[in-house]
Design a protein around this ligand. Structure first.
Ligand code: PLP
Length: 394
């Protein structure tokens, strides 16, 4: 006998992973040049040079037992101090090492934060379109996910959000720049959101947390600014990851920053430590904790993503496809040419195009195109997008 829910999770791949595996099989069958895999968010630009330089230096210079040994469960104190000071410098905040908890990427940060906050009967609001794993983490913690839709600009649907917040709401998960739409929530949206949440905190007389899921924070184009939510709203936990911004997804490194201004910040931090412990995280990878601290000032090279975004967005619009203009991350949301995005994605497969259907992101009718691929892939894919488009005109 095994746990049925865990069996169900493990025996069925996510739709993204399913497409990714399918792409590998099709590439073997047809040749890699006939398959355009836009399925997965694996960064296509190399990590900044300081990453490899720092790894080499640490491996050569540092005592190996120390370098590869356990750090404190919440992460090395010096590393956490560097991260806190970097946040303070950029956002005029007052984080200390004692507010930072190092994690295995944003996924662990989210699972830990949700587990730390979730009490019996709690609801967690997720804003569509959303990263499907939120559902998994919330349910695993014993909470109930509540989905709220989006407006025509892919910002938050505030009427729906007001109606969804209840006495049982524990937190709202906010992901901007957004996967899958590429949209960045504007300052106005964040102000409206935090004003609403403050009023609801007063009404229900308990904290309603924001869990800010921010693996794409620095991946923005054309001087777009991503509002830093702790500067607007006290009861915030930031789940950050270096997976995308430093191109290190396989190394599993990120952090949770608990806002020191939160009403019960110290208790939240202890609950985060407890949740990490209950979920079996001892410390985040020790080598990479030190690497990200040493490379904290490094910036991702966004120019290749921006070039891809422009080529894809303009190319697909010229073909006649409706697209959401992405200001951040490396995803483009495209309107399917039939009501079912899943059917459209299956049709696209016939042309070698692997596009993720939006149903799992709570955005049926749309597909996600991950443009963290080579420029050549985008250029060569255009005639196939045209063929896909034309196949609906017949
Ligand atoms: N949150 C969002 C919105 C993501 O897109 C991803 C990964 O694609 C994650 C969290 C998980 O990131 P990580 O690799 O840091 O665990």
């Amino acid at each position: 006998m095994v746990n049925n829910e865990m069996y169900a999770l493990g025996s069925k791949r996510s739709v993204i992973r399913e497409l990714f595996e399918y792409g590998k099989i099709r590439a073997r069958e047809l040749g890699a040049d006939k398959v355009f895999d836009f399925s997965i968010g694996n960064p296509s630009v190399p990590a900044p040079t300081c990453v490899n330089e720092t790894i080499t230096r640490l491996v050569c210079d540092m005592d190996s037992t120390l370098l590869h040994g356990y750090t404190s469960a919440q992460g090395d104190e010096g590393v956490r101090r560097v991260i806190a000071e970097n946040l303070n410098k950029r956002y005029a905040t007052s984080f200390a090492a004692s507010n930072i908890y190092m994690t295995c990427g944003a996924a662990a940060g989210l699972a830990i934060s949700i587990r730390a906050l979730c009490c019996e009967g709690d609801e967690f609001i997720i804003l569509a379109p959303y990263f499907p794993e939120y559902n998994v983490f919330i349910k695993a913690a014993g909470g109930t996910p509540v989905t709220v839709g989006f407006d025509k600009s892919f910002q938050i649907d505030f009427d729906a959000l007001s109606g969804a917040i209840t006495q049982h709401t524990k937190a709202v998960i906010v992901n901007s720049p957004n996967n899958p739409s590429g949209v960045v929530y504007s300052k106005e949206t964040i102000e409206k959101l935090t004003t609403l949440l403050k009023a609801c905190e007063e009404k229900y007389a308990h904290p309603i947390y924001v869990i800010a899921d921010e693996p794409y924070r620095e991946l923005v184009y054309d001087d777009v600014q991503v509002p830093f939510i702790p500067s607007y709203y006290a009861d915030t936990l930031v789940c950050y990851s270096f997976s995308k911004t430093l191109s290190l997804p396989g190394e599993r490194i990120g952090y949770i920053a608990v806002n020191p201004q939160a009403s019960d910040s110290e208790n939240v931090y202890f609950a985060v430590m407890g949740a990490g412990r209950a979920l079996g995280y001892i410390c985040a990878p020790a080598l990479f904790q030190r690497v990200v601290a040493e490379c904290i000032e490094a910036h991702p090279n966004t120019s290749a993503y921006k070039e891809n975004r422009d080529l894809l967005f303009n190319g697909l619009k010229n073909i006649g496809l409706e697209c959401v203009h992405p200001n951040g991350a490396f995803y483009l949301f495209v309107k399917a040419l039939e009501p079912s995005a899943e059917a459209f994605s299956n049709k696209a497969k016939e042309f070698g195009l692997l596009l993720v259907p939006g149903e799992d992101f709570a955005a049926g009718g749309w597909v996600r195109v991950a443009y963290c691929v080579s420029k050549d892939t985008i250029l060569r894919s255009m005639p196939y997008f045209k063929q896909l488009y034309d196949s609906y005109a017949k």
